[in-house]
Write a protein that binds this ligand. Sequence first.
Ligand code: FAD
Length: 506
Amino acid sequence: MTSSTDHAKDPLHGGRLSRREIIAALGTGAAGALLAGRTAAAAEGPKAKQAPQPRTRLSGKYDVIVAGGGIAGVAAATAAAKAGAKVALVELQPFAGGVATASLEPSMCNYFHNTRGELIVGGRPLELVQRMVKLGAAHKNWDKHRGHVVFDVELGKLAMDEMLEDAGVDILYGTIVTAAVMEAGKLVGLHVANRSGNQVMLAGCVVDCTGDDDVAHYAGAPLHVGQGQASVHSFLFRLGNVDLDAMYEYFKANPSEYVAGSDINLSFEEGMKFYEDTGVMYIHHHGTKLKKAVQEPIARGEYSRDFGPFKKLDAFQMHGIRHNKTLVVNTGWFTMVEPDAARLSDIVREGRKMAQYVTKFLRKHLPGCQDSFVLATANAPGVRRTRWLKTNFTMTRAIYETAPRYPDAVGRGVKIQSHPLYRTDQTFDVPLRCLLPQGVEGLLVGSGRGASCVPAELFRCQPVTMIVGQGAGVTAAVAVRDGVAPRKVDIKAVQDALRKQGVNMS
Ligand SMILES: Cc1cc2nc3c(=O)[nH]c(=O)nc-3n(C[C@H](O)[C@H](O)[C@H](O)COP(=O)(O)OP(=O)(O)OC[C@H]3O[C@@H](n4cnc5c(N)ncnc54)[C@H](O)[C@@H]3O)c2cc1C
């Protein structure tokens, strides 16, 4: 039996191997002996042939490694590179975007301007939108409306690739972070795995943009797990061949069907104008309000709100793009408190069945969907929040409401009224202290959903998680440049670097 001490030294068990051990092994050519798996050889009988053993090799040294290439990771990696760091991005999917692309939620809350119409959010989030407009992923009039910046998933992936390439980031898609390399309480690198095998990457600083704080978890940082409502997640799919003009005509003829819901709260007039101007049809969460199209058939027993692990399948949030006739459907919830591979595997299997079930219903009852089909299901379930940082400062709703200014601000967003989600004319700061794990150096959390805030909604929406990522990326670059821990960084130098990147820090 292997002891827990053995596991701690064995990278194949996801343990923590020190940089000294790795470098020593690589330097003496004894890497095979130290880093190859031991368990297979030990279990074989004397006659068994020695199978090729997995080996861990050093695959790079970087100033900053960003783990996780969701939109926060894209912001963190490009911001760190623009601040002068040598940067690698490690992402398990074969593309960037995370929830926005892999989970099929290409809909960015339009929290860029305040109620006076002044542009507050610049930097990386604005650059992504501008690149998407240039590529035709998002509509040029995105800023004339209050709703969401709804974009084409495939063109969105291209826009993110472009941002990363132009910033000179080394991109490693199809690669999962499996463990931390620690040295005296400092995170100095990551164990990763991909088609080339097991590897170690060394870093001056790591920005954890995995959303679920995988790196912080591997490094032993204190974390909270789960959070009430935010621990419900969704499995999304996209319909093709949707006649959005027919849907628009239906809403025009039945205004009471288009009722402002729980999110951005467009009025009927705003929703219709949004479509007329940009070709984006946006239907709020809680399509339960779609009485004729949804509730009447349910009352007749033609549809069930429950399907396997999914509940509330009448909670339709949908957004469509007229020119490519697609409609993203986000309906129903499943629960999961912390990342659970078996549960996630079940969810994608059951989710594919659920998508067909819901589509059959929509084809029959929602005008515009008659000839639609399931064009794609999500590569990854849309997870709202699982693990998040436990620090001695947490941004709470009560603190956020008073919009205090912080000397360690690394980003600023437009403050959102909690209910309904209206923009205000105020701003709020993202303080660095919300991104710094306790007891682990060399690490920052750069994803809004994994940072120290409660509820997750304060930082997790797409533009805001990019603000968080950008702040973390620049802080990491400045800390490495100056040879100090992120918590000891010269905050003025960070804020100056952010300003140079177009971040409004006034
Ligand atoms: C169902 C749903 C609907 C939403 N609707 C909206 C909306 O309409 N508007 C809005 O603004 N916001 C919305 N949000 C919130 C927002 O989309 C997300 O919070 C945001 O996109 C998260 O981005 P992120 O980069 O912080 O994290 P993620 O998108 O989760 O990115 C994390 C990345 O890390 C990768 N990763 C994870 N673990 C590892 C590992 N060990 N090794 C390597 N890579 C790893 C993942 O593959 C992923 O790409 C929604 C969220 C959900 C779940």
